[in-house]
Write a protein of this length. Sequence first.
Length: 241
Amino acid sequence: MDGGTGEVKIYDTDSYKRTGSIKLREDADSMAYDPSTKYMYVVNGGEGAKMAYSFISVVDTTAGKSLADIKIDSDAVEALALEKSGPRLFVNMTGKDAVGVVDREKHAVITTWPTVQVAKHLIAMSFDEADHRLFVTTRNPGKLIVLNTDSGKVVTSLPCVGDNDDMAYDSASKRIYVSGSGFVDVYHQKDADHYDQIGHVATVFKARTSVLVPELKKYYLGIPHHGTTAAAVRVYDVMPD
């Protein structure tokens, strides 16, 4: 993904050679992949492209082309989460302080769930589909918010690192990981409605990009270059319960 040029770049995984690209709008950023259709949903447009609204483009990764654009009435859209058992796509409409619910078949936003009553500026998202719970983070203030995906209502919220950017949910261990500048916060899901913070791990300034690989029991955190700190990837072992 190249946000500057607004395109999806395609590479061969054996040779690492570029085999093509799909042109979108500037500021292409968050994306979600549906393995059942091999469609990728890509956020583009918005404030970074000097537009008052954003798009989620539907990209056919088999044919290597864009199929449709879903207009989102927000100049800032952050994270996406796909529903496997139905047609919904959840979207952080950051510019509206709300979660948007998109029907992937109709290519339209069908409802919005505001979070402004709890916190503003939505960033990261993860989904516990089995328990019908959507997790989103905010920066104003730093919060982890839990939403009921049947009703759209806020179930609960907990403090989290303010300058957050990434989140992962591990259904096997019932843990949620939120990475932000200086810290990784870890939460335990006691049940669908109750959560405890079990970790507040000090990291590095502006280290906000992370990936959890449950199969390896590893958590990878990107460390940006800053001052005398060299760019690196820090690897953490995931501790057992």
